[in-house]
Design a protein around this ligand. Structure first.
Ligand code: DQA
Length: 164
């Protein structure tokens, strides 16, 4: 099982950027906590941060055939990027969107997410704890899919046995 975590523009500045909104925690500390949860669940995890839209699209495409689940905070691209939305939609890998802040309490231009409609769900407003909730959510979703596939395979094997 593999989860890929994708962080959008300016999230590399967490810890020093607008602490009143995003808090004091650095991105690497958030990732360290996620790595612990992944280890406890025997799950591989990879982290990627970029300030460039095209690099985020490329990283999403690279998840095809590689990742079982994606956690993404597209940051400002949430509100503008049809390209990132289309990439999430194209790869059909369960994706959870995270925002540290409650975007609905902020400027109007942040209220709309172009990416959320193609994600399994969205977690927002809980600060870094949101990434922990996203980990639990994506583990739950990927485990459910795995169990469903195993049940289907068992059913097919059973049907093949009966046909012989
Ligand atoms: C953010 C919210 C976005 O509106 C903003 O552009 C960010 C961070 C969040 O995590 O709260 O960069 O995605």
């Amino acid at each position: 099982m593999k989860i890929v975590v994708i962080q959008g523009p300016n999230l590399n500045m967490l810890g020093m950027r607008e602490q009143n909104i995003y808090g004091p925690m650095k991105l690497e500390d958030i990732h360290a906590q996620m790595r612990d949860v992944a280890e406890q669940n025997n799950t591989e995890i990879e982290f990627f941060q970029s300030n460039l839209e095209g690099e985020i699209v490329d990283r999403l495409q690279e998840c095809l055939g590689d990742a079982d689940g994606i956690i993404i905070n597209p940051a400002a691209y949430t509100h503008t990027s049809i390209a990132i939305r289309d990439a999430i939609s194209a790869i059909q890998i369960p994706t959870v969107e995270v925002h540290l802040s409650n975007i609905h309490q902020r400027e109007e231009f942040r209220h709309k997410s172009l990416t959320a409609p193609v994600c399994a769900g969205q977690i927002l407003g809980f600060g870094p704890f949101g990434y922990h909730l996203a980990m639990i959510s994506i583990l739950q979703i990927t485990n459910e899919i795995k169990a469903m596939k195993e049940a289907q395979q068992a059913q097919q094997a059973q049907a093949a046995l009966q046909a012989n």
